[in-house]
Design a binder for this molecule. Structure first.
Ligand code: G3H
Ligand code: ZN
Length: 282
């Protein structure tokens, strides 16, 4: 069933558990997330990023309605989340199509401008029962931008600033920069677990790890033990999808029916989802 993201996060937090959120690009991604969650018997979050909406011609409704329908039909508890929203116009679609939550991303702005824009987004969201996540510090590596050095302490989230940010914005969850970076295709990130614990102790809201595709299994487990509650995974699904398509077409170069290669691609993503859900299980 479709379950509010805030409810899944609150349940996980009170059990010292975590929830994985996987990025949806195609219908097969949504189906794979639901099947993987069912296979392992765990909840998960389907998230659609602003970049994915742009890929679908700027049209949120079709990909959102398909994802919501997949979630409603599933036996696993699944949330629907709008991810990395920069555009105020898209933000204002966050209470449609079954979304119960949004990540408003003003992380490129200065501290003051980030606070101002995010506080406004929170006022809008809370007026409509929407759970709001925001980012402080720079995880980096998002579409088109040169990858930030994930290990540069200068871009990491400062605990005292994070505490002030929560007080000034009223966000429900905080995405923090602790050593991961977006779009890593190898799992080589080293996280700052001391910083994660300091952030957990400094802020009253759940912490979110972005760029989790590049984080090794044991680092993920340690991050959750140190205080991470929402684990965002995108690139790992795309690597599984594309790897399966590439392998199928190499063996069957005359294929024209997309179902022939989308079926193994979906199955590969299902396996990846099940793997991550197993890794983050207590
Ligand atoms: O918000 C989405 C995530 O941070 C995904 O990052 O594609 O590097 O796993 P990733
Ligand atoms: Zn992210």
């Amino acid at each position: 069933p479709l379950v509010p993201t805030g409810e899944l996060i609150a349940r996980a937090r009170s059990a010292d558990d975590a929830v994985a959120a996987f990025n949806v690009i195609t219908l097969e991604h949504a189906e794979a997330i639901a099947r993987g969650a069912e296979r392992v018997g765990r909840p998960a979050i389907l998230q659609i990023s602003e970049n994915a909406v742009k890929f679908h011609g700027g049209e949120l409704s079709a990909v959102a309605a398909a994802s919501a329908a997949v979630a409603r039909a599933s036996t696993a508890p699944l949330g629907l989340h709008l991810d990395h929203v920069v555009s105020p116009d898209l933000l204002r679609c966050a209470h449609t199509e079954g979304f119960s939550s949004v990540m408003f991303d003003a992380s490129k702005l200065s501290y003051g401008d980030n606070v101002k824009a995010t506080a406004e987004a929170v006022r809008w969201g809370h007026g409509r029962g929407i759970w709001v996540e925001a980012e402080l510090g720079r995880v980096g590596g998002k579409d088109g931008e040169p990858p930030l050095d994930a290990h540069t302490p200068g871009v990491r989230t400062d605990p005292a600033e994070a505490a002030a940010y929560i007080a000034d914005t009223g966000v429900d969850a905080l995405a923090v920069a602790v050593g991961s970076a977006h779009a890593m295709t190898r799992r080589t990130a080293t996280l700052d677990h001391t910083l994660i614990t300091a952030l957990r102790d400094a802020v009253p809201v759940p912490l979110v790890l972005h760029g989790s595709s590049g984080v090794p299994d044991d680092e993920l487990r340690a991050a959750i033990a140190a205080g991470m509650t929402k684990i965002n995974i995108g690139t790992a699904l795309n690597a599984a999808f594309t790897g399966a398509v590439r392998a199928y077409l190499a063996d069957h170069p005359d294929t024209v029916d997309p179902r022939k290669y989308l079926a193994p691609a979906r199955e590969a993503m299902t396996g990846t989802v099940a793997h991550f859900l197993t890794v983050i299980s207590p």
